[in-house]
Design a protein around this ligand. Structure first.
Ligand SMILES: *Cc1c(COP(=O)(O)O)cnc(C)c1O
Length: 367
């Protein structure tokens, strides 16, 4: 089946990550060749790039005094493991209702040097957040659960023990969802989602309390590659412990520039919100599709999950879209739902989400 060209989006990438990279980001990379790309990460050209990324990240999120942007290799998954060594003191609580939240929870539960964590769970497709408990020194939850398309509030846990840290997985939320950074101690992400870059890096905005905890726990044995203390030390020198992907940093820097040119975080958040209003509005008025997340407050503005009537095979719908250049609308593999999942990160044009809905209507009528 061929979708008429006039219905197609300008850019057919709707993945939840890696996600659409804008042409001008790749053009910026070319401009950094040969002055930055392909040069030593221990010398000023690359260190200046790291410095720019750190400075712009702090500014984008309006980081309160004393917060620091720390980065390293290995993506958010590595940050989870690192956090089990040098952020969780003894007992953590993990609030999760989806694949990504569950993965950090599993890492925390498996660490033999930590006490058994407290788990707060909820059905996939619903929201979940932390709740106060005695003896808990670290609360961990997910701002945007990418596997289900659920956004959760980010607020310090009222009634938590003094000094308890708030660790927020913002891998897919950061840059596309509003945040009050003062509510967090570690707001961490990877650049292949709302920042339209590539994978392999992690970045974290760390509060003074988190930095102190890292310092205190640095006496605990840790593989060097997982040491947050080493990451802090290197970040302060505008470096990473080991060689970073320079192109990934360059793509990220360009996306940060683009966000600032538009008006900063509110601009980026508004782009995703406009896309989400289109997608969910279409699904609500559709006779064959509906938003999976029933609570409107929990519907993600950056990753939308849309359920289809039994009579429509979402798998073949996604395959037909793919054959027409509209890619990565498949749902999270382990959910096993008759669903499409649509990435609506800031780089995605709201008009393209509108075009996508027209393409889905076209295909469904003819399937
Ligand atoms: C993508 C994602 C991750 C994993 O990120 P990696 O960089 O691949 O390790 C973790 N948490 C959330 C919420 C994500 O969306």
């Amino acid at each position: 089946m061929t979708i008429p060209a006039h219905l197609l989006p300008d850019d057919g990438r709707f993945g939840a990550g890696p996600s659409l990279v804008r042409d001008s980001q790749l053009e910026a990379v070319l401009r950094l060749n040969p002055s930055v790309v392909g040069t030593s990460h221990r010398q000023p050209p690359v260190r200046d790039l790291v410095a720019r990324v750190r400075r712009m990240t702090a500014e984008l999120f309006d980081a309160p005094a004393g917060y620091e942007v720390v980065l390293g290799n290995g993506g958010s998954t590595l940050f989870w493991d690192a956090a089990t060594f040098q952020l969780i003191d003894d007992r953590a609580q993990f609030a999760h209702a989806g694949e990504f939240g569950a993965k950090f929870a599993a890492a925390g539960a498996a660490a033999p040097w930590l006490s058994e964590p407290d788990m707060v769970t909820s059905e996939p497709g619903t929201g979940v957040g932390p709740r106060a408990g005695a003896g808990i020194d670290t609360y961990a939850w997910v701002q945007n659960e990418t596997s289900t398309g659920v956004v959760n509030p980010v607020r310090r846990v009222a009634g938590a023990d003094a000094g308890a840290l708030m660790l927020v997985d913002a891998t897919s939320a950061a840059g596309g969802v509003a945040i009050d950074l003062a509510q967090t101690d570690a707001y961490y992400f990877a650049p292949q989602k709302s920042f339209a870059s590539d994978g392999g890096l992690w970045l974290a905005l760390l509060s003074p309390a988190a930095l102190e905890r890292i310092e205190r726990l640095s006496s605990r044995w840790v593989p060097q590659s997982l040491s947050l203390a080493a990451a802090v030390k290197n970040s302060r020198l505008e470096q990473t412990l080991n060689t970073p992907a320079i192109v990934t940093l360059a793509l990220l820097a360009e996306q940060l520039d683009w966000m600032f040119a538009g008006g900063g975080l509110p601009f980026a958040v508004e782009r995703s919100a406009a896309s989400a209003a289109t997608l969910y509005g279409w699904a609500e008025s559709s006779t064959f599709a509906r938003p999976w997340v029933t609570s409107t407050a929990n519907r993600s503005p950056v990753v939308g999950t849309i359920d289809f009537d039994e009579g429509i095979d979402a798998k073949s719908l996604a395959a037909t879209l793919r054959a027409n250049g509209i890619v990565d609308t498949e749902p999270y593999r382990k959910l096993g739902r008759n669903q499409l999942r649509i990435g609506m990160y800031p780089a995605v044009a709201p008009a393209d989400v509108e075009a996508l809905t027209a393409c889905i209507d076209y295909v469904v009528e003819r399937l």
